[in-house]
Design a protein. Structure first.
Length: 251
């Protein structure tokens, strides 16, 4: 990545982010890239909570968090952006309040909108990366198509019960989401323990931070599966589908 203009670090930045700036190959250039970056987080729920929190405290300069729902009591076992005092409040606005309190030096944009075919490109706008923290595949497919049009990577995460999945998607180097899941699974209210999206959401943040700083290797061409019941991580290779309806034209 090339940092956007105006990404110089302040003395406060150097103090706040000192422990990550000293990571090998990160340094001030990597931190400046984070400061200049914009991340789009789709979903302020179980996955979006830890993912956005760790992007915020790492110093990603602009976060746009999109969710059309309002906080409910049944969310609070896993959606740590919200609390009892925020019940009934827009999740996007609740997220903005939490993230701005955690790191007042970044800009957080609350997008209380439902992602639709006619607004997805405007909502994502000039983001450098998309984090798919959703729980429904029709909207995931819209994000996938937007990422393809804009040529930006998408970090996909999903959870169920004590299990989770993660991958970094950036065709033509990798498959797209539709390659991996040509047909959406049936819609349902699925079980989930809060620690499960905690694990996968943190890994989504890690993938985004690696990409934005250029440190490490993103999870390209592979799907990570985590089984929390047995504490096992398995990484399986994945490849593009030549007949994919979304990305077959990407070269």
């Amino acid at each position: 990545m090339t940092p956007r203009p105006g990404a110089g670090l302040t003395p406060e930045d150097r103090a706040r982010y000192h422990r990550q700036i000293i990571i090998p190959d990160w340094g001030e250039p990597g931190q400046a890239r984070l400061k200049a970056a914009r991340a789009f987080i789709a979903g302020a729920g179980g996955l979006g909570s830890p993912a956005s929190i760790y992007l915020a405290v790492a110093g990603v300069g602009r976060l746009a968090i999109c969710d059309s729902d309002r906080a409910e009591l049944s969310n609070l076992n896993r959606q740590v952006l919200h609390n009892d005092s925020r019940l009934g409040l827009s999740k996007a606005e609740s997220a903005r309040l939490t993230l701005s309190e955690l790191n007042p030096s970044i800009a957080v944009e609350a997008l209380a909108a439902h992602i639709e075919p006619d607004n997805v490109d405007d909502l994502v706008a000039d983001a450098d990366i998309i984090l798919d923290c959703l729980d429904n595949f029709p909207t995931r497919y819209l994000l996938n198509q937007c990422a393809l049009r804009k040529g930006i990577p998408l970090v996909h995460g999903s959870v169920r019960g004590l299990e989770g999945r993660l991958t970094f998607l950036h065709p033509p180097e990798t498959p797209c989401l539709r390659c991996l899941f040509p047909v959406p699974p049936p819609a349902e209210v699925f079980p989930v323990l809060g620690a499960t999206p905690g694990v996968i959401g943190c890994l989504q943040a890690m993938e985004a931070l690696k990409y934005l700083t250029g440190v490490g290797t993103p999870l390209k061409g592979a799907l990570l599966a985590w089984d929390g019941a047995d504490m096992e991580f398995v990484t399986c290779p994945v490849s593009r589908r030549p007949d994919c309806s979304d990305c077959s034209g990407q070269r």
